[in-house]
Design a protein around this ligand. Sequence first.
Ligand SMILES: *Cc1c(COP(=O)(O)O)cnc(C)c1O
Length: 365
Amino acid sequence: MNADATPSFEIREHSAPVPASERTGRIADPGFGKVFTDHMAIVRYTEGKGWHDAHIQAREPLSMDPAAAVLHYAQEIFEGLKAYRLADGGTALFRPEQNARRFQQSAARLAMPQLPESLFLESIEKLVDIDREWIPGAEGAALYLRPFMFASEVFLGVRPAHEYLYMVIASSVGAYFKGGAKAISIWVSDDYTRAAPGGTGAAKCGGNYAASLVAQAEAIRQGCDQVVFLDAAEHRWVEELGGMNLFFVMEDGSVLTPPLKGTILPGITRDSILTLTRDEGISVREEAYSIDQWREDAASGKLVETFACGTAAVVTPVGTVKSSAGDFQIGSGGTGQITQRMRDRLVAIQRGEAPDPHGWVKRLF
Ligand SMILES: *Cc1c(COP(=O)(O)O)cnc(C)c1O
């Protein structure tokens, strides 16, 4: 096989999948990221040989050499998307080609080989197909898919690895934040930043998350749900949460979100909301917004809503912002009108309950 050939997936079915009655119990109230399906997808990459050995197999622990490069230099990237149950009983993905492209961009930034879009999509479709019984039916529930890739080469030298493993696992999930669309509180981190210019902020890599955890722990200690990061250079501009993008809604109905300049993760939910707001004729700006302005606008009433968005938590209102300089409330501290409308519109499209003018929904079966 030459390096450009696209291998097709071999299906090796699990010989002893979880019995149906047991599975039903596990997916009834699955929480987030705790319940996993029977299978996983794997594709290997070796320099010179290219992508090969694409298959679906029983989900099982990996056996890894302790000198595998990822364990030392964190050459790892991932994606996150959901398979949704449609209103008519079918199943669909939401803009999966966007995840495939972002995965390639993350790979480029981490000096990793780029997985062809067709292989990315096939790995997901085959896994959802074989594990379709694991898609929960409850409202807000879905099958969360986690494609990821890491340097598996056994080598301690510092250079891009020559061997990688690409995998997809799937998890039956309920709502990300317990209590559904209840407003969250966020902590403004003084001591830590998530991403610096020229760094990996725009890539979906595990290292960004590792670097965000002390700040997230600090937020929890401060009684908050999430941390909000400011820019690294001036420590003034609001960027995003540890894993969600932010939107601000003004009193005049206009909407603002920080621009993508390499330090913010280009969220697919962010992009979808930009499109949906423009569709509605709402004025939307991608513009830097400072923490001081945010505080001032919240106090004066010029800013009426703030929401966070991402695949896992969809659209989540921000009710309170806490910081060392004092706390402030957004609007009434609950769910604002635009926040609710954007959440409802997005969910309706994802569930096949509303027209899909942009062709975002990819029906699988
Ligand atoms: C994944 C992620 C998001 C949200 O992206 P979606 O494509 O909307 O799920 C936002 N910020 C960070 C840091 C992320 O890793």
